[in-house]
Design a protein around this ligand. Structure first.
Ligand code: NDP
Length: 288
């Protein structure tokens, strides 16, 4: 028999998670602040608790998927967590993950924080995964249950690290979205269909993904110059063309200017000492 669990939160994500556990035969107790969202799941076999405290009392494993950390505090206020295994799938900051872990420990619970790297439609399908950090013993004890909605990627005992990885990935994603947005704005009004540019853009972004490994290698070795094929002086000169083209096309440079300025700052620092680097060295300027 599959092991029972409790799920707090039936928004878009919580509902998708719930359906995978029910479909896999796990006895599931659910609670949601707005009770109407539990009705469909009750029809699919979920037990519906009247309060969060009652839902927590029902099972040893308690999964929480609410809007933000404040809603986790609000929902669990007054619930008896002693002896419970709490898995927090709510998106938050690293500091919130650490504070929530200490909060859970004070209440006698084991705790892991998590970051869901999937949209609700991806849940239960290949490619979806969840980052976990905090109690390794908890993850080991419940791995088969946790793996039902998405693959499990455990990133360490520090309960802040799942959120740290999550935020790092999402921040990189928005940088990429910014570049894609600028590229499409450049062709607007020209006789170039977005669908003509799209395959070239996808292919180019894939090829330029080499920068991830390149940057990791250089940040580890602190060698920013060996084997450079696109030197910083050349790249800064080329970005002048990018900025002027944007002006000629009547497109705002707001999305690409910050990175151009960072490259310029690295080139200007050290009296030309960084001219032969690529752009990985500029990363070292960001940490305040
Ligand atoms: P929704 O907005 O669909 O649902 C939010 C949930 O939080 C609802 O169950 C809502 O209850 C509950 N809630 C909000 N405030 C409170 C409160 N003060 N007390 C109790 N419950 C509260 O969001 P999702 O389900 O999409 O997201 C849930 C979590 O999953 C978030 O942390 C999100 O960042 C994360 N996530 C979502 C992804 C997505 O693509 N959707 C992707 C990756 C992570 P009520 O129904 O009563 O309003």
């Amino acid at each position: 028999a599959q092991r029972p669990l409790t799920l707090l939160g039936l928004g878009d994500m919580g509902t998708a998670l719930a359906r995978t556990w029910l479909a896999a035969g796990h006895p599931l107790t659910v609670w949601n602040r707005t009770a109407a969202k539990a009705e469909a799941l009750a029809g699919e076999g979920a037990a519906v608790a009247a309060t969060a405290a009652e839902a927590v009392a029902a099972n040893g494993l308690v999964v929480v998927c609410l809007l933000d950390d404040a809603s986790v505090g609000a929902a669990l206020d007054g619930a008896d967590l002693s002896g419970k295994d709490v898995v927090n799938l709510t998106t938050g900051r690293p500091s919130e993950g650490r504070a929530r872990a200490a909060w859970a420990a004070e209440r006698g619970a084991r705790f892991v924080d998590a970051g869901i790297m999937a949209t609700p439609v991806m849940i239960g399908n290949p490619g979806a995964y969840v980052l976990y950090s905090g109690s390794r013993a908890l993850v080991d004890a419940h791995r088969p249950t946790l793996e039902v909605p998405a693959a499990v990627r455990y990133v360490g005992e520090d309960p802040g690290h799942a959120a740290l990885y999550d935020v790092a990935l999402l921040s990189a994603m928005y940088g990429m979205f910014g570049g894609i947005s600028h590229a499409f704005a450049l062709i607007e009004g020209e006789d170039v269909a977005p669908k003509e540019l799209a395959p070239l853009l996808s292919e180019w972004l894939g090829a330029m993904g080499f920068f991830v490994g390149n940057a990791a290698e250089r940040l580890t070795s602190r060698d920013f110059t060996s084997g450079v094929v696109s030197n910083l002086a050349m790249q800064v000169a080329a970005t002048g063309t990018l900025l002027r083209t944007a002006e000629e096309q009547g497109v705002s440079t707001e999305l690409i200017l910050p990175y151009v300025e960072l490259m310029r700052r690295r080139l200007a620092a050290g009296g030309g000492a960084h001219a032969g680097e690529d752009t990985a060295g500029a990363i070292t300027l960001l940490k305040r």
